[in-house]
Design a protein around this ligand. Sequence first.
Ligand code: SAH
Ligand code: CA
Length: 254
Amino acid sequence: MEHDLKKIPSPSKGLLRSEELYEYILETSVYPREPEPLKELRRATANHPKALMATAPDAGQLISMLLQLLNAKKTIEVGVFTGYSLLLTALSIPDDGKVMCKPRHSLVLILVVYITAIDVNCESYEIGLPIIRKAGVEHKIDFVESEALPALDQLLKDHANEGSFDFAFVDADKVNYWNYHERLMKLVKVGGVVVYDNTLWGGSVAMSEEDAPEFRKQGRQLTIEFNKLISADTRIHVSLAPFGDGITICKRIF
Ligand code: SAH
Ligand code: CA
């Protein structure tokens, strides 16, 4: 039975192997709907020597959709770089505030920070920050310049944070993905979603060790291990979606 099912051609294989089809998706569905500040951030990042690290716009569009479906308000971003996925998160979540009554009966709007954005280095973030400011969403972001593991552990020290986040996007050092997952399974609420980027690692996960390009080998091994662990994790529903460089969508179910 399993054997017969494997013979049925998968449409997603075609999708991953066809640059023309990928361009078609970008030109037809993604770029025409991409908000102007995100286009500007992409332009500002294009000449960065590590521009390829930025989240792919088609993956970004799906992440934006997930945030809206979840009505996400409190999120975590692990790996900011120049801020493409951070800005799209800030643009996708609502702009609620808390209204408080002050002693002399004047109403004061307290703006709540929604996104905890963690990166070990703020240099690249400074490229995106003026665009984020101009888009009017900087107040939704708390940028934490730190290694992500201690920063997540710090969040966990405050019990009020447990199960309080609606969403997390992980796009930093692949060697720690499982360590991030263990912490995020405590921080994200039941019903919340965690998305991991680059989980197809340039397609190398499906190549033999010999065929994989040298520069992909280490990441390939880490990604294969991570994908196996995620697939066996009964705390979540999973979908490994072939957007961008592969994004794994996990919904916490208990
Ligand atoms: N999501 C971003 C791309 C992130 S690239 C975008 O859409 O543009 C990966 C980022 O992870 C880099 O900025 C790097 O500084 C950061 N990073 C790498 N290792 C890290 C670690 N251990 N802790 C926190 N950030 C890390
Ligand atoms: Ca990435």
